[in-house]
Every structure is written in C-alpha cells, then in structure tokens.
Design a protein around this ligand. Structure first.
Ligand code: AMP
Ligand code: MG
Length: 349
C-alpha cells in the first residue's frame, strides 16, 4: 500500500489533512500521528479489525494491549465499566497529558484492543494535532507507539517512515515530540493505585493527588521473577541493534572504564558507539559518539534518547556503552528505558 505522508503545524493542523485522517480511521485504516510523548499508530479502538491491523503492521505480540486515546472526558463513561473517582481526580490534574490509567473495560471495547484483558488503558494526549485527529475519527483511537515491535519508539515522523512505510495508510508529521518517552501507566483496576510503567508523571506527582501509590517492582529490575502487570513491559523493548552495556559509578571512573571497553572492542575490530553527556563528551573516545545533553537534565536526555538509539543503528554501531543516570523523579523513566535497551546489562564500578 502507498503511505500518505502529510506535514502539519502541530499546534494548528490543516483541517483537510485531519478530515482525511478521520475518514481513513472510520474506514478501518491506520494513521500514525504525533503526541507529546512519542508518535502513535492509530486505529479505531472499537473496531476489532482495526486493532488486528495495528498488531500486524507493528509485528506486535497480540497479548500486548493497546492504549485507547480520547479527546473528551465524556467518552470515559462509554469505555469503562465504572469510572473510579480516582480517575476523575487524576484526569483533572494530569489530562490532557502523559498519564495512562487502567480500569475495568465496558463491553464497547473489544478484546482485540485490550490483548484479551477485561481492563482497558486510557489516555488523553496533550497535543493539538492528536486531539483534533481523535475527534475527527469518532473519539476513540487505539494507539501503541508507531515503531516496529522491539525497536525504539519514534520521536520523529521519519522514524515512523523507516519502520512502517508501505504498511499503514497515512503518517501525520507534526515535527519532533516534546517529551520523548512513553506515558506513565497507573493501574486503578484493583487494590492500591500502582505504577506499571514510569514516565514524565512521577510517583511523587501522583501521590500528591491520591495519597498512597505503589510501584511495580519489576520496573528497574531485570531479575525480578514476577511477571510485570503491563504485558508490554516483559518484552525486550526500545533496543538498538548493537549490544548495549550501561556503566554505573562515579562519573570520572565511568569515563575511564568506557574508554577501556571501547579500546578492547576496537581491538576485536568492532565498531563502537557511546551514549555520553555534555559533561563527559570531550573525554570519551568512540567511533560513534552521541551526546544526550547534560547529565542533570532528565528532560533533555529523554527527548534525545530514542533518536540517539536509532542513530547508533544507522551508523552501524555493533557495541554500545552508556553512562547511567539518577533513578529518582523523571530519571526513573529514563533509566527504565535505558535498562531495557541494554537488556539489563549493567557494569557496576
Ligand atoms: P505502547 O502503546 O507501545 O506504549 O504500549 C502500551 C503499554 O500499555 C504496554 O506496555 C501494555 O502492556 C500497557 N497496557 C495497555 N493496556 C493495558 C492493560 N489493560 N493492563 C495492563 N497494561 C496495559
Ligand atoms: Mg511501544
């Protein structure tokens, strides 16, 4: 199939393009669109056939549920068996925004969209183009990240094109996304509210609204025997093609160790990539050096992370080393993605 590629002003998208995207969705097709977190691959959430097409286009395992995106709060009643009070409280503070909530689903939501589960994940993105597109499409857009399954999520429309050109009907290019890692997921369907995936909205921010908030212990551990409650979190994700190692410790010692590792890998004839920061860039030796901003600026690191992981692939890095970052606040989301990209391969010094 030929994929339409349309550029828009992300704040004030061309109405004709949005209308066209809405028609594609209503006819059961797929449209990739920008959000504030990463690009999404959208289909009609209440059309089981559209959800099946999303899984096929991405090569996504069919037990990995999709997030339903809405643009209006009054759509909640139709999607949920019962809307919990906590959902309205959190929506008031964080929507539109990078927070996904899991609740018991209504019969309107097909199991094809929820990976066979009786719960549904719902989010209202903070992005004008996304909101206009959702409204033009009937109000319910099922959308995972618009990458081939297992690859880093797309933060630019060109990333979507690389992965999905010819497999979907349309790509709406709204420029670079603002946040760069996927939404925080909080489960409100049973027991205490629990974070299943860390994101820009942190535990501290949620606790200020809800009081106690738990956290799935598998988030920063590769050895926890428990299965993560978000089915998608069990897959090796966000990964570059080269084998990646994180080095953790005092910054000067980390730089020294990375340079030793690079020298050893080069001696074996391997092309080396290093993910570094403004503070370490000048001291690192590598074939492919990628700076993600200051060590102390998690927002900048998050925004660059997936683009840089893809650039390692494009430039043929076979072995990749990265420094580690703080795991509090938004840093937890950044480290969760980096750890997964590295298959939990960490060298502590
Ligand atoms: P993605 O859209 O690619 O960011 O992936 C969506 C994430 O949401 C995956 O990790 C899913 O496992 C998770 N998710 C979606 N719906 C549910 C649900 N009903 N219960 C638990 N996790 C969910
Ligand atoms: Mg994804």
């Amino acid at each position: 199939m030929e994929t339409l590629f349309c550029k828009v002003d992300p704040v004030d998208p061309d109405k004709k393009i949005i209308e066209k995207a809405g028609e594609i969705i209503k006819a059961g097709g797929l449209v990739a669109f920008p959000t504030e977190t990463v690009y999404g691959l959208g289909g009609d959430a209440i059309n089981p056939g559209a959800s099946e097409k999303i899984y096929a286009a991405k090569g996504r395992p069919s037990d990995n549920p999709l997030i339903v995106h809405i643009a209006e709060l009054d759509k909640l009643e139709a999607l949920c068996k019962k809307v919990p009070d906590e959902m309205y409280k959190l929506a008031e503070v964080f929507w539109p925004g990078p927070l996904t909530m899991i609740v018991d689903k209504s019969s309107l939501v097909p199991k094809e969209t929820t990976g066979g589960l009786d719960t549904v994940a719902i989010r209202m993105p903070d992005h004008n183009t996304a909101l206009e597109f959702i409204k033009a499409s009937g109000g319910y857009i099922a959308a995972p990240s618009a990458n081939t399954s297992g690859r880093p999520s797309p933060t630019l429309a060109s990333h979507v094109r690389t992965d999905l050109d010819g497999r979907i009907d349309m790509i709406i290019d709204g420029g670079e996304v603002g946040i760069g890692v996927e939404s925080t997921i909080v489960d409100l369907s049973e027991g205490e509210p629990t974070i299943l995936r860390p994101g820009y909205v942190t535990r501290e921010m949620l606790s200020r609204v809800l009081g106690r908030v738990d956290i799935d212990t598998t988030i920063l551990s590769g050895t926890d025997k428990k299965a993560p409650k978000a089915p998608g979190m069990k897959y090796r994700h966000y990964a570059p093609k080269g084998s990646m190692t994180l080095v953790e410790g005092q910054t000067a010692a980390v730089v020294k160790r990375i340079n030793e590792e690079v020298a050893a890998a080069k001696a074996k004839g391997l092309k080396c990539g290093v993910l570094c920061t403004l503070e370490t860039e000048a001291d690192i030796n590598a074939d492919v050096k990628k700076c993600v901003g200051s060590r102390n600026d998690e927002a900048a690191i998050a925004r660059s992370l997936y683009r840089v992981l893809r650039e390692f692939d494009e430039e043929g890095a076979e072995v990749i080393f990265s420094e580690s970052f703080k795991t509090d606040g938004f840093g937890q989301a950044v480290m969760n993605r980096l750890l997964k990209a590295a298959g939990y391969n960490v060298e502590k010094i």
